[in-house]
Design a protein around this ligand. Structure first.
Ligand SMILES: NC(=O)C1=CN([C@@H]2O[C@H](COP(=O)(O)OP(=O)(O)OC[C@H]3O[C@@H](n4cnc5c(N)ncnc54)[C@H](OP(=O)(O)O)[C@@H]3O)[C@@H](O)[C@H]2O)C=CC1
Ligand SMILES: O=C(O)[C@H](O)CO
Length: 495
């Protein structure tokens, strides 16, 4: 039976008022996978109105009462996790192990935020006189517009609705048009968990069509977007008209630095994760390889040998699946062609893999390694978001390597492999990236603050800092003396 994803507004599954639906294609086969609702502006208004009205009641619950809904949601997801794993393999093309890992991440994040009950505390600060006091309350903003990407579609939703809900905000969720069914699956669990109507609403549809309307809607107080940097720029422009609080988790261009004293086996193994996890479709993926000249050839040969062991194909029986859609496939192959035209050389991969007929129309691309890449090539400047990496040989000047790493419009994740503690601490100080992984793989931990410099976004998610992004500090001043104006400078001043 054809899969259809409807909208979820004020506690009910509803059809789009336009009766219009958009197509979603299976990335492994290129075949039509299902259809999802194309919400109209009227649908958006109804969803935001529902969230706005529900929020007034939701914030009056205690955080413990709100957390009980989250714990019920966690149980419902855990009980039915296999169907979400299957959906991630089908809708995103994720290999089984990564689908299991993502559902673990959903549960871990929701648990982390539910445990913030009773921990969202304000302050009581002394006033300017003995009988004055200032109460600093941490209060919810109101309605949160959560806009999510397709690459970790379930985990990115959990990372937004978790902190938004526990702090007393309500949510309108706009998922990627590449993963509407994962979003629908999670929202159905929200419904089963008994969240009050309007607490969480689902609006599907093209961001390019309804995005500006949603992000300039007067009843929206917070916009949390995970997506491309150019989308973040567009959202900033549109949201400026309502001065919404922005949480922007955007693109990455992670440098992966292998120093002359590195454990090469460890670095190569970690690079297998940092480059091929989710077929390289990750904001923290290694996107630029800088290897010390003394170990360059040895390390690249080691990495190529490991890359050759990867099984490419359909998600349930392979190590690496397809890219998400045909547009991404064209974009990734374009980076490789352009780099070769500019003088880079392909050491391994390039082009589509040979696959059985059923998958021949899937959006697959070979793991690809290039050498002789230059710092000014587009493959080193812009986010590839695929299983492709260019390598550059670097000399013995570590300051220069830090400069090369920081020379990027992006500043999210970075990686360094060295046994020299002083070099590692120097990089920790001088690298201008939100995350530096030293001699280890990622991904970011729920208790780590996931944030980036420059075009990688602003504010951040996860950790207690991520929770604080969803509350505003409200200051209430009280003077309980007999004469609150005693000694104050109050006109008139002249007799
Ligand atoms: N920093 C981080 O933590 C992470 C960052 N990312 C980044 O996300 C990107 C990949 O995700 P992808 O989904 O392709 O990113 P996109 O920017 O294409 O889309 C992200 C979301 O924004 C929506 N959108 C698109 N245009 C607008 C608009 N004008 N107004 C409002 N919303 C809009 C999209 O809807 P629609 O699909 O309908 O276009 C989608 O829901 C990569 O750049 C990656 O680095 C991914 C994961 C984590
Ligand atoms: O890297 C990403 O794309 C997400 O933050 C998952 O780690």
């Amino acid at each position: 039976m054809e899969k259809i994803q409807e909208l979820f507004i004020n506690g009910e599954w509803v059809k789009p008022s336009s009766e219009e639906y958009l197509n979603k294609y299976n990335p492994s086969t290129g075949e039509l996978y299902g259809k999802f609702a194309a919400a109209s502006k009227e649908d958006v208004d109804r969803a935001i109105d529902a969230a706005y009205d529900a929020q007034k009641k939701w914030e009056k619950l205690t955080s413990v009462e709100r957390s009980k809904y989250l714990y019920r949601l966690i149980d419902l997801i855990r009980q039915d996790r296999e169907s979400l794993e299957n959906l991630l393999m089908d809708e995103v093309g994720k290999p089984r192990k990564e689908a299991v890992q993502e559902v673990d991440g959903v549960l871990d994040q929701l648990q982390y935020y539910a445990e913030f009950a009773r921990k969202i505390t304000g302050d009581v600060v002394e006033g300017t006189k003995p009988e004055r006091v200032i109460f600093q309350y941490k209060v919810p903003y109101g309605v949160v517009l959560a806009i999510t990407p397709w690459n970790f579609p379930a985990a990115m939703i959990a990372r937004k609705i978790g902190p938004a809900l526990i702090t007393g905000n309500t949510v309108v969720l706009k998922p990627s048009s590449d993963t509407p069914f994962v979003a629908g699956w999670i929202v159905e669990k929200v419904r089963q968990a008994g969240f009050p109507p309007g607490t969480v609403n689902l609006i599907t549809g093209k961001g390019s069509v309804i995005g500006d309307y949603m992000t300039s809607h007067k009843k929206i107080s917070v916009i949390t977007l995970t997506g491309e940097s150019r989308t973040g720029v567009q959202v900033m422009k549109s949201a400026s008209s309502i001065m919404a609080k922005l949480i922007l988790e955007l693109g990455g261009k992670a440098p992966f630095i292998v120093w002359k004293d590195a454990d090469l086996e460890l670095a190569a193994k970690v690079l297998m994760w940092a480059k091929y996890w989710n077929a390289g479709q990750s904001c923290i993926a290694a996107e630029r390889l800088y290897v010390h000249e003394d170990v360059y050839d040895k390390f690249l040969n080691l990495f190529i040998e490991k890359t050759k062991t990867l099984k490419i194909g359909e998600p349930r029986t392979s190590d690496m699946g397809p890219l998400i859609n045909d547009q991404q496939l064209k974009k990734v192959s374009g980076f490789v062609e352009e780099a070769v035209n500019q003088g880079a050389k392909i050491l391994y991969g390039g082009g589509k893999p040979q696959l059985p007929e059923r998958y021949s129309k899937g959006f697959f691309y070979m793991p690809t390694i290039l050498t002789d890449v230059k710092q000014d090539m587009r493959i080193f400047r812009e986010e590839i978001f695929g299983p492709v990496i260019g390598a550059m040989k670097v000399g013995d000047d570590f300051d220069e390597v830090i400069e090369l790493a920081n020379d990027s419009d992006y500043g999210l994740a970075s990686y360094l492999f060295t046994k020299d503690v002083s070099l590692a601490m120097k990089a920790a100080r001088e690298i201008k990236f939100g995350e530096l992984y030293i001699n280890m793989p990622g991904p970011e931990a729920t208790q780590g603050y996931h944030t980036g410099f420059r075009m990688s976004g602003q504010a951040g998610e996860n950790s207690r800092y991520g929770v604080e992004e969803y509350v505003k500090v409200k200051n209430v001043y009280i003077d309980y003396s007999k004469d609150p104006t005693a000694g104050e400078v109050i006109p008139p001043y002249t007799d």
